[in-house]
Design a protein around this ligand. Structure first.
Ligand code: GUN
Length: 311
């Protein structure tokens, strides 16, 4: 474990998600250029946004801008808040059938009245760049190759910058959402951490966190995790993005951990500038993975193999 050298020195390392995301995005841009050169096809992501949720508008804007910068083609479907479930299912069917579309993302949350599970389950698992389809969830839970949800994938990449060997480490995941908590717990388990998942009804959360070497907090609760809960040298990955307004009416973003109390930690991710940028970079990376996989699946068989398979 790289961070062990920080123990006792009270100099927490700040894990720079912005710069890690930048290098991943540069790598994806090279992949996209190579893919286009090799295949004559532009890797393409379809993004579906329903309604006017302001946070979703910002997130989708960032995802589309990141695609443009990386040389990934994006197709926007911005739909009215009163779009019906049937209309959305038809759109997904159309995108599934379109060989020019390699990735499909339906931005969550959906407006009330729409059934997110039914829509996510309709996406072709090969195009499911969010990794939310039950087939990809199943692959993750059995440790087999598939598309992994972007934020959990980003959390693991950030952890890998400070942890050499995960085996036997105590990891606590705060929050049991399908988007972050559950998949990140599975990824940590796959690396042979001993994983505890906590949630809103968990008792003695502070006591559980005090035993942890790794804490991933995705609770959506500003300042939930206090410095006094953190074992010296522990690593905190803060997934929270909470908008706070102070008494002067100024708004700012804070995470789920009290960052000013973490000087004795081994390392932690800042908010903003930690997990957030990695989510977008991992979406691009998943889009390339999906594009390569589909191209291989659709590419005409080499002549000699065709002869073998017809025998
Ligand atoms: N809303 C919040 N996070 C996500 C995400 O990772 N993917 C999608 N599709 N919607 C989200």
């Amino acid at each position: 474990m790289l961070v062990s050298s920080h123990q006792g020195s009270f100099m927490a390392k700040i894990i720079d998600g912005k710069s890690l995301a930048l290098s991943l995005r540069e790598n994806v841009a090279e992949q996209a250029a190579d893919f286009s050169d090799e295949t004559g096809i532009a890797p393409t992501l379809a993004v579906v946004l329903i309604g006017e949720d302001p946070a979703s508008q910002i997130y989708v804007g960032r995802k589309l801008a990141a695609c443009r910068k990386a040389g990934i083609n994006s197709i926007e479907h911005r739909l009215a808040v009163d779009t019906t479930q049937e209309e959305l299912l038809t759109l997904i069917d159309r995108l599934n059938a379109d060989d020019c579309v390699h990735g499909i993302l339906v931005q969550l949350p959906l407006p009330p009245g729409l059934n997110a599970n039914e829509l996510l389950n309709r996406i072709d698992p090969a195009k499911d760049v969010d990794g939310f389809h039950p087939v990809n969830v199943g692959r993750l839970s059995t440790g087999t190759e598939g598309l992994i949800p972007c934020t959990p994938l980003g959390c693991m990449m950030l952890l890998e910058t400070v942890v050499e060997d995960f085996r036997g480490m105590q990891a606590v995941v705060i929050g049991k959402s399908n988007i972050v908590g559950k998949p990140v717990a599975l990824l940590l388990l796959e690396r042979e951490c001993t994983v505890t998942v906590t949630h809103i009804l968990t008792r003695d959360l502070d006591r559980i966190v005090r035993a942890a070497d790794i804490i991933v907090v995705a609770a959506g609760s500003p300042g939930l995790v206090r410095g006094s809960w953190i074992k010296p040298g522990a690593i905190i990955i803060d997934v929270g993005i909470n908008r706070i307004t102070n008494e002067r009416g100024e708004t700012y973003i804070v995470g789920d951990a009290c960052s000013e109390e973490l000087s004795h930690a081994g390392a932690y991710t800042p908010v903003p500038g930690g997990v957030g940028p990695m989510t977008v970079a991992c979406l691009l990376s998943n889009t390339m993975k999906a594009a390569r996989h589909q191209y291989r699946a659709l590419a005409p068989m080499p002549v000699d193999q065709e002869a073998v398979s017809s025998n």
